[in-house]
Design a protein around this ligand. Structure first.
Ligand SMILES: [Fe+2]
Length: 421
């Protein structure tokens, strides 16, 4: 066997192990949920857990098995439309706001669909895993599934938060949190720098091409804004001060009668926060989380600062090794940032940047239906960086670009301050 062939065999075996691990984790995330939990859709932006479990299988069904499997036959032909998210090139799709109406197929049938797809995928990998194009498509399917694992958690958190019983998704356990270090400003000289994926390992098309950017001198805070700091903004009338808000943000605050972040409640002895571990006293030292772009921007203005650009954020992240928590830790809530220098650039909370989600110079979406993955969403959204306590560690990197509309606040999103030097 040539060295090249031996490398392909190793790559195939590694991918087969990773395939099983990622697919099993999705089912594991749904394990604490009842069939009723898995069916309900709490808002048009969220999807039922059952739909996530089915759609991530649909991705392998339509984009991997159909083109590569000899004598491909669909498991259930109607699933092609039912679990298509947004791929127009694939054909019709079930309307997103009506995903919660799908009481059929049952959760058991969806789990059966998953097992069926997994078995066929294992056979395909064993037979054709030497094909590099196939391996790349499978890796994309696994990265896609890891994105949906985080969405499954944020969507279930939103659903449970609407239940007056405030049910917990899990028992978070005891955590001996370190005290956060005082906020410091960390300066960078700027100049001509490079951002974008550097070519090693997987990346999405929106991280390419790597390119040069000119930065003015700037500073970032050493850690994300904490809940205690954000509570001062709330308690000092932040949500009643139009001068702090973008015009559209103020309209959003007024029309929704907002007074505080989405999962905060005023308890008898102070602020409380709904978490995946249930309702808890707000921990002032933990990073503030579940903020919209509008809230992050208003807080930054109140604090006499601004949000970083995504180029500033990515450049600074090249100087930081102190990470926050990821989904792997199982805590599913951000912990205080401790350690020297820039902390928690990766993990903890997604950090809003002031950068509109736009193509990099020279961006080219992938050919075919897969090209619809990222490029067509490059309008009316802002970039978030760094991953969160609900992101798998092996899914995130400094060049990763997440994106959401300015009013979205059910993701694990927070902020870090920036200012001009
Ligand atoms: Fe998807």
């Amino acid at each position: 066997m040539s060295a090249r062939d031996a490398g392909a065999v190793r790559a195939r075996h590694a991918l087969a192990r990773r395939f099983c691990a990622v697919r099993e984790r999705s089912v594991g995330l749904a394990a604490p949920l009842s069939a009723e939990d898995c069916c309900v859709q709490s808002m048009p932006d969220a999807s039922p857990a059952k739909w996530h479990l089915a759609h991530t299988s649909w991705f392998f069904d339509v984009f991997v098995l159909e083109p590569f499997e000899p004598d491909f036959k669909p498991f259930r032909p109607e699933f092609r439309v039912l679990f298509n998210s947004y791929y127009n090139a694939v054909g019709d799709k079930h309307p997103r706001p009506q995903r919660g109406l799908l009481t059929r197929p049952s959760l058991a049938e969806v789990l059966d669909y998953r097992a069926h797809i997994d078995a066929r995928m294992r056979t395909l990998l064993a037979a054709q895993g030497g094909d590099e194009e196939l391996r790349e498509l499978i890796e994309l399917g696994l990265q896609h599934e890891q994105q949906h694992q985080e969405l499954l958690l944020t969507d279930i958190k939103h659903l449970l938060s609407m239940n007056p019983l405030r049910p917990a998704y899990h028992a978070p356990g005891e955590h001996a949190d370190a005290k956060p270090d005082p906020l410091e400003w960390v300066g960078f000289a700027g100049g001509v720098i490079e951002i974008g994926h550097d070519g090693a390992g997987f990346c999405f098309d929106n991280e390419l091409p790597r390119h040069r950017v000119y930065l003015q001198p700037y500073e970032l805070t050493s850690r994300p804004v904490t809940s205690g700091e954000y509570a001062q903004f709330v308690d000092q009338g932040g949500y009643a001060s139009p001068e702090l808000w973008l015009s559209e943000g103020w309209e959003w605050v007024r029309s929704n009668a907002l007074r505080h972040p989405i999962y905060w409640h005023r308890g008898d002895s102070g602020w409380e926060e709904f978490t995946l571990g249930g309702l808890q006293a707000l921990a002032p030292e933990q990073p503030a989380v579940h903020l919209s772009y509008f809230e992050a921007d208003a807080y930054a203005r109140w604090a006499g600062a601004r949000l970083p650009t995504e180029a500033e954020w990515e450049h600074a992240s090249q100087h930081s090794a102190v990470e926050g928590q990821f989904a792997d830790h199982g805590r599913l809530h951000p912990a205080p940032a401790a350690g020297p220098g820039l902390r928690q650039m990766l993990g903890g909370v997604w950090e809003w940047t002031q950068s509109s989600y736009a193509p990099y110079p020279g961006f080219r979406p992938a050919a075919g239906a897969i090209g619809e993955y990222n490029g067509k969403f490059m309008v009316n959204q802002y970039v978030l960086r760094g991953g969160s306590c609900a992101t798998p560690r092996n899914h995130i990197r400094a060049s990763y670009r997440n994106f959401f509309p300015a009013a979205a606040r059910w993701q694990f999103s927070g902020l870090r301050l920036a200012r001009d030097s």
